[in-house]
Design a protein around this ligand. Structure first.
Ligand code: SAM
Length: 246
């Protein structure tokens, strides 16, 4: 079954946007995944096609109505049931590679993009939505967050990334390390040489250098990731045959 994303938005023309290009776009055209953008406004109940209203309790801004959002969610789920309903929100769980992997391993998702002040709390609860944030800052709408989440998931689907762009060694992989630096031709540029070892053809030495760089960069830049890596490695060491124990 194809991994399917349904987007609920007031701006369906923003999709697939950048996901229509490059590897994700090719995967989309080849049917490795599918995307349907729905206009929340199609589920409005009145002749003005209103989707929002003023907040109870007062305050600035508008809130997306629960009845309209619920109808949009129901219609998307009816087309392909059994998928998580995700509300993109700065109040949600932070998106990371583990969550992207988990979502990519499923059958897809329904993604609700908020606008204005956000969405009425009751429909978030009634639909058991998974709330996800892409970072500790506030965007004007959930669309760019949905595109970010989708990009992180779709590139992990079988066949989307070619062998040339393997996820095996990249940052935030199985070992939770950041990736080593890359170099290409020319071997000498602006008085800067490529590290000798990379020109040696000695595969074991190259692998060892890359591993050491990965560890150094992770330690320097992300002590939080390094601490987690060390804890995992400590625990995994006791399990014979575990890849992280090697
Ligand atoms: N009033 C909300 C708050 O303070 O939490 C912010 C609303 S924001 C202006 C409008 C919409 O953008 C949100 O409903 C959400 O869908 C989306 N959004 C904004 N920042 C986001 C983030 N960091 N991650 C995911 N979605 C975000």
């Amino acid at each position: 079954m194809t991994w399917r994303a349904d987007i609920l938005t007031l701006f369906p023309e923003m999709f697939p946007g950048p996901l229509g290009l490059s590897l994700a776009g090719r995967g989309l055209r080849e049917g490795l995944w599918s995307l349907v953008a729905h206009d929340i406004r199609d589920h409005a109940k009145d002749r003005h096609r209103s989707v929002d209203d003023t907040p109870f309790g007062g305050g600035a801004g508008m809130v997306l109505r629960p009845d309209v959002v619920d109808a949009a969610v129901g219609a998307a789920l009816a087309e392909a049931p059994g998928r998580p309903v995700i509300y993109l929100t700065p109040r949600g769980r932070l998106l990371d590679q583990a969550l992207a992997r988990e979502l990519a391993a499923g059958s897809g998702a329904v993604l609700l993009c908020g606008r204005y002040e956000g969405v009425d709390q009751r429909v978030i609860e009634a639909r058991g939505m998974l709330e996800i944030s892409i970072g500790d800052y506030v965007l004007s709408g959930g669309e760019l967050a949905a595109l970010t989440l989708l990009d992180a998931c779709v590139r992990l689907l079988p066949g989307v990334m070619g062998a040339a762009e393997s996820a095996a060694e990249e940052s935030h992989g199985a070992e939770g390390l950041l990736e080593y630096p890359h170099y290409t031709r020319p071997a000498e540029w602006a008085d800067r040489a490529v590290p000798e070892v990379l020109l040696s053809g000695h595969h074991a030495a190259i692998a060892a250098w890359r591993r050491a760089e990965s560890e150094k960069i992770t330690k320097e830049r992300r002590p939080d990731l390094w601490a987690r890596h060390e804890t995992q490695r400590g625990g995994a060491g006791a399990i014979a045959g575990h890849p992280a124990a090697a």
